[in-house]
Ligand binder design. Structure first.
Ligand SMILES: *[C@@H]1O[C@H](CO)[C@@H](O)[C@H](O)[C@H]1NC(C)=O
Ligand SMILES: *[C@@H]1O[C@H](CO)[C@@H](O)[C@H](O)[C@H]1NC(C)=O
Ligand SMILES: *[C@@H]1O[C@H](CO)[C@@H](O)[C@H](O)[C@H]1NC(C)=O
Ligand SMILES: *[C@@H]1O[C@H](CO)[C@@H](O)[C@H](O)[C@H]1NC(C)=O
Ligand SMILES: *[C@@H]1O[C@H](CO)[C@@H](O)[C@H](O)[C@H]1NC(C)=O
Length: 231
């Protein structure tokens, strides 16, 4: 996302946009510091064998502390959210009374160090899916936040190294695809700008820049390839 944002900026010509985005990021920064945050950890998914017992991790965080924090866990079953458990935490460190609605679920976080993790015993294939850890803090004017944890249930575990390699490979692949997509969009934008310049000589882009682009793009039109710059 950052790649896209910094990539788009040079194409924007007015300074008001920059000012607005600076203000937005400043506001967003302040907002994200003050608000309640739920976290399922750095790895928001788990692959586990059917029949095993798994922990669904979640912790909350608030800079100004909590009072009567409401939290629940929800399971996304075919698009309908089912409550797994819920409770209200009077204050930090106090062990809450947790209502459990799904079978084979135990609250194990005990609110120790803001831990509201749950344990899911003897998992079945039906237990696979999205689990949302949701919290709302009245002390922060009812600010709410949620984090999603994915449970994948398999018949037997694959080798972990393979999974990591696949993830890395697909990340690299995705980054390359994103870069290529961005290059295409940029070329297309330059092409459109050049076309506009042809029709309207009052375009804000400097004429030298457009000249280069036009030369490149007229070459690309002939053999319809998006890599015209190398001759
Ligand atoms: C997991 O599922 C497979 C296939 O349905 C089954 O053969 C196996 O017994 C199950 N394992 C456990 C521990 O339930
Ligand atoms: C979920 O959807 C699938 C296919 O759409 C269906 O076969 C299954 O019965 C549904 N499960 C529940 C619990 O509704
Ligand atoms: C999980 O399975 C084991 C063995 O099948 C059983 O003894 C135990 O009671 C089950 N636990 C829950 C919470 O269902
Ligand atoms: C939360 O509590 C569980 C159970 O005591 C523990 O296994 C887990 O590591 C804790 N998580 C964090 C982030 O402290
Ligand atoms: C959570 O907050 C959003 C606004 O940030 C609000 O639209 C939504 O209704 C809130 N959800 C609950 C359950 O209070």
């Amino acid at each position: 996302m950052e790649v896209r944002c910094t990539g788009v900026d040079p194409l924007r010509l007015g300074s008001p946009n920059t000012a607005i985005s600076l203000i937005m990021s400043a506001l967003f920064g302040v907002w994200s510091v003050q608000t309640l945050e739920m976290s399922v950890g750095k790895v928001p998914f788990l692959e586990a064998v059917n029949g095993s017992t798994v922990m669904l991790p979640c912790t909350y965080f608030s800079c100004i502390g909590i009072k009567d924090l409401y939290f629940n866990w929800q399971f996304n079953d075919n698009g309908t959210k089912q409550k797994v458990c819920e409770s209200v935490i009077p204050s930090e460190g106090v062990m809450p009374h947790v209502k459990v609605f799904k079978e084979r679920v135990t609250f194990v976080g005990m609110n120790r160090e803001n831990n509201i993790s749950i344990l899911l015993w003897n998992i079945t294939f039906d237990d696979a899916g999205q689990y949302t850890c949701f919290g709302i803090n009245p002390k922060e004017k009812g600010k709410n936040h949620s984090a999603i944890f994915n449970l994948i249930v398999v018949e037997e575990l694959r080798v972990v190294d393979n999974t990591v390699t696949i993830i890395i490979a697909s990340c690299v692949g995705g980054a390359i695809a994103l870069l290529m997509g961005f290059m295409l969009i940029k070329n297309f934008t330059l092409f459109v700008l050049a076309k506009l310049e042809e029709k309207n000589k009052e375009c804000l882009v400097t004429s030298s820049g457009i000249d280069n682009t036009e030369n490149g793009l007229s070459g690309s039109k002939a053999d319809s390839k998006p890599t015209p710059k190398k001759k």
